[in-house]
Design a protein around this ligand. Sequence first.
Ligand code: BG6
Length: 506
Amino acid sequence: MPNTVFSTEILPDGNACRYDPPRDPCIIVILGASGDLTSRKIIPSLYQLFLLGLLPRDCAVLGCARSKLDTAEFCSRLKQGVLEAGADMSRWDDFSDKLYYHELVYEEKFSYGGLAETMEQISRTHQTGKNSLYYLAIPPFLFETVITLLGQTGLARETEGCWRRIIIEKPFGSDLESAVRLDGILGNFFHEQQIYRIDHYLAKETVQNILAFRFANSILEPLWNRKYIESVDICALETLGVEHRAGYYEKAGVLRDMFQNHMLQLLSLVAMEPPTQFLSENVRSRKAKLFQALRPINTESINDHIVLGQYTEGALEGHLVQGYRREPGVDMQSLTPTFACMKVFIDNKRWQGVPFYLTSGKRMGEKQTKITVQFKGVSRSVFRNGMMSSDSNNRLTFLIQPREKISISFRAKNPGPVMCLRPIDLEFCYDSDREGKIDAYEKVLIDCLKGDQMLSLRQDSEELCWAFLTPLIEDCEQCIRTESILHFYPAGSSGPVEADKIRLNK
Ligand code: BG6
């Protein structure tokens, strides 16, 4: 089916902004295919790409898991997930012709021999050649085993000009040491160009727009520094609770779940230096440099830099919801934080002294992810004596979700006889129409199929983020300290009031 939406967009000045969809034939191998991620995200996204004509013509999807299933049962399970995602089912049968299932015992080497044979058969049927993309949708405790066995059975080897890529999603380790070990194991069999450490946040439209906004507009760069910016707020608030993920979340908590990846990635986009060119290695190097400049948070002053919280029972959207400790699978005495607010400084020339406030929490009063850049006030203002309020200094906001919007607030004169100023907003909104947009998982998948690593995390950045957070997490996890910085907040609220205090002392 021709791809009408993405192929070529002609800009007014005659330059072509071309998008070439991935064309290389390949097999997408999903390890962990009986799990939730596969039916909720991966398959609906692949199907959507298929509908848009963005999947290579010669491609097939092979799901692997322990469960005893045949391909027909597997397809009918997946169909359910796609239906629930509200997709247009008119071409499902064509898509499902590309779907296969293989029973895999993750820990048994011989089972990977069977996998290789199945891949060859599929390759003959669909002319997919030897290119393969492995998506690790398995629980993290299996990462090392599966990577090693893929490697030992030759399934990672790029021979005869083919490519072999691997997608690995967080949690990428649980601290610096485990992340370094995982990188070591990956590095035994895959080289860095084959590894896609993905973060779906980076593929959100407004998140991608941060770099465009910063580096394609000359009005911003002169102001984008400590001289004009007072502070930056990055927040990702959710109304959802821990859902059915207590097993993972109890060990992770909000710092590993949201900060080590999404929050620090957002920070890097706001704060990094301009890359010499918009190419993945240039951008990834700038990010790594930024992470190197994060000022370590001294454990002596931890209370001035971080506030942790945990939700208790409360009212949310008109319903009473239970507290974290009452969620299924959660320890009744749990000290796992579901909220954190952290003040971070960047020790470089551009940002010295500017606080970045990173806030994320579950079961908050509203779902909202946004970045607010607060500019400084007008010095020795012309407009004094109550003509304007001091809390209406210019502000740039990137609203990432639920709506996607970028706005800048200015001061302007109120209509009427007096010179009285009020804030006004200039706004840019994406069309609510889906035309031309693809969602975060779809973007991540086509980038991997194309071999574009722009949105995946490079090893050095992954480890630098862990190096920044690990001492903090370890400190917070010492019970006594945790109790002194863990504050409880009712579900449906805006988090613990203590979070405001870290804004007071710079
Ligand atoms: C995931 C976290 O990475 O991101 C979840 O593990 C969180 O705990 C989710 O709910 C939030 O993603 P989004 O795209 O809904 O903001």
